[in-house]
Write a protein that binds this ligand. Structure first.
Ligand SMILES: [Fe+2]
Ligand SMILES: [Fe+2]
Length: 228
C-alpha cells in the first residue's frame, strides 16, 4: 500500500547543539558533580533510546499512511542510535555487565540473546543509514524497506530494553560488590567523557529534542488522551 512520499532532504544538518538552554552545566564546574549509579546511567540511556524510537514510530505511521516525513530526521535519529546507543551504551553492557553475569553463571541464555540482538540492531541501523544517505530520497521498494527496518528495530528494542531493566540490571547489581558497583558508575561516566568529550548524555538529549521539534513530537501534552 505504501507508495508514500518522503520530503526532500532540505539541508538539515544537525549540529551537536550543545546549547545552554536545558542541560545541566557542563565542565564539572562545581564541587559536587552529580553521581549517577551504573544502573541509573544505563536506564536513562534507555530513556533516550525510547525518544528515538518515538521518532521512528512517527515516521512509520506517517510514511505507511501515505504521508511525508523528512528522511534527514530519520537519519539523525539513526546516527545517534549508532554513535551513542550501539557504540557506547551497548558496549558498556557487552564489556562490563554481561561478562560479570557470565562469570557468575547467571542469566546466560539472556545475555546470549541480548548480544545477538545488539548485533541485529546494528545491522538494521546500517540499513536505515544506507537508505537515508545524504541526497537519497527513498521511494517505492526502498521506502518500504525503510519502514520495515524502523518497525523491526522498535519491535526488538522495546522488549530488549525492558528485559534489561527488569531482569538484567537488577541481577547485575546482585552479582557485584557494593564497592565495585559504585566504582562502575564512575567508570561509565569517565568513558562517556572520553568518548564524547564532555557530557555526552546531555549533548545527545539536546540533539534528540531538536529532532523532536522538527518532527512535531516535542510537545508532550499532545500524547495525553482526551477523556471527555
Ligand atoms: Fe542491550
Ligand atoms: Fe541497554
Amino acid at each position: 500500500m505504501a507508495t508514500a512520499g518522503i520530503t526532500g532532504m532540505s539541508g538539515m544538518a544537525f549540529s551537536c547543539s550543545n546549547s545552554s538552554s536545558t542541560g545541566p552545566e557542563d565542565e564539572g564546574s562545581g564541587a559536587e558533580e552529580e553521581m549517577v549509579s551504573a544502573n541509573e546511567d544505563l536506564m536513562r540511556e534507555h530513556g533516550l533510546l525510547q525518544r528515538l524510537m518515538l521518532v521512528y514510530d512517527t515516521a512509520v505511521m506517517q510514511l505507511s499512511g501515505g504521508g511525508e516525513f523528512n528522511p534527514a530526521l530519520i537519519r539523525s535519529a539513526a546516527e545517534i542510535i549508532h554513535d551513542f546507543i550501539e557504540d557506547y551504551h551497548e558496549k558498556l553492557e557487552e564489556e562490563h555487565l554481561f561478562p560479570r553475569l557470565e562469570e557468575a553463571d547467571v542469566l546466560r541464555d539472556l545475555t546470549h540473546t541480548l548480544r545477538k540482538q545488539h548485533r541485529a540492531g546494528r545491522g538494521v541501523t546500517e540499513q536505515v543509514l544506507a537508505l537515508t544517505a545524504e541526497g537519497n530520497s527513498p521511494g517505492g521498494d526502498e521506502l518500504n524497506q525503510l519502514i520495515q527496518s524502523m518497525r523491526s528495530f522498535n519491535r526488538m528494542y522495546r522488549p530488549h530494553e525492558s528485559r534489561e531493566e527488569t531482569v538484567l540490571f537488577p541481577a547485575f547489581k546482585e552479582v557485584v560488590s557494593e564497592e565495585e558497583y559504585a566504582s562502575m558508575g564512575e567508570q561509565f561516566e569517565e568513558i562517556e567523557h572520553q568518548k564524547f568529550g564532555g557530557e555526552g548524555f546531555e549533548m545527545m538529549v539536546d540533539r534528540v529534542e531538536e529532532i523532536e521539534k522538527q518532527a512535531g513530537i516535542y510537545e508532550l501534552d499532545q500524547f495525553t488522551p482526551r477523556v471527555d
